[in-house]
Design a protein around this ligand. Structure first.
Ligand SMILES: N=C(N)NCCC[C@H](NC(=O)[C@@H]1CCC/C1=C\[C@H](COP(=O)(O)O)NC(=O)[C@@H](N)Cc1ccccc1)C(N)=O
Length: 172
């Protein structure tokens, strides 16, 4: 269910699917606007039937796929990350930082994935924040409730978990 001229391709370097438009010579990591995500889910299940791929669990009922950008603070359950050995910023500082990111993303200036690569305090940063497919019970409650409440393509407001403050983008 992709809009005309769009197709799903596979990035071997990142072992992730991406979306390519041969006519516009345009490619993107997130499904293009207007993608029929229900059909895409079935397509991904067929396309990624290979074992081990992040979308391997594609199509399983009740699973969704999302990316997130995490900004930790000194009250986080694990105040460290690949970016910083010891995270000392306050929760309020973290909120201000994430509010700035949220404005830029929602203005369309930059994508969540682009920012996550360098700014997210989660190891998923190397996958542009992509968490792969997950179902109920996998993530902390606040994260799960926020992610499942989003429609595919939507981006959350600031979500507060024991890990820190998150922005979440739901793909399918
Ligand atoms: N796909 C799954 N089932 N992976 C297990 C998720 C465990 C779950 N995690 C969370 O709820 C939060 C929200 C998203 C990330 C996350 C926390 C932390 C960062 O916070 P910290 O633990 O330092 O406090 N990142 C992770 O877990 C990463 N492995 C996520 C990930 C990274 C790379 C590829 C895929 C997934 C939990 N129940 O704690």
């Amino acid at each position: 269910g992709l809009p005309p001229n769009w197709e799903v391709r596979h990035s071997n370097s990142k072992n992730l699917p991406y979306y390519f438009n041969a006519v516009e010579k345009n490619s993107r990591w997130e499904p293009p606007p207007g993608t029929d995500t229900e059909k895409l889910k079935v397509y991904m299940a067929k396309y990624h039937s290979g074992s081990g791929s992040v979308a391997g669990e594609a199509g399983q009922p009740g699973k969704i796929r999302a990316a997130h950008l995490l900004v930790k603070h000194n009250g986080s359950r694990r105040p460290m990350s690949w970016r910083e050995a010891e995270i000392t910023r306050s929760k309020e500082e973290a909120r201000e930082i994430l509010k700035g990111y949220e404005e830029r993303i929602k203005k369309g200036e930059i994508s969540l994935g682009e920012l996550a690569q360098t700014e997210s305090d989660c190891s998923s940063a190397r996958k542009r924040g992509d968490l792969g497919y997950f179902g109920k019970g996998d993530m902390q409650k606040e994260f799960e409730e926020a992610a499942f409440a989003l429609k595919p393509g939507e981006i959350s407001g600031i979500v507060d978990t024991a890990s820190g403050l998150h922005l979440i983008e739901r793909f399918v």
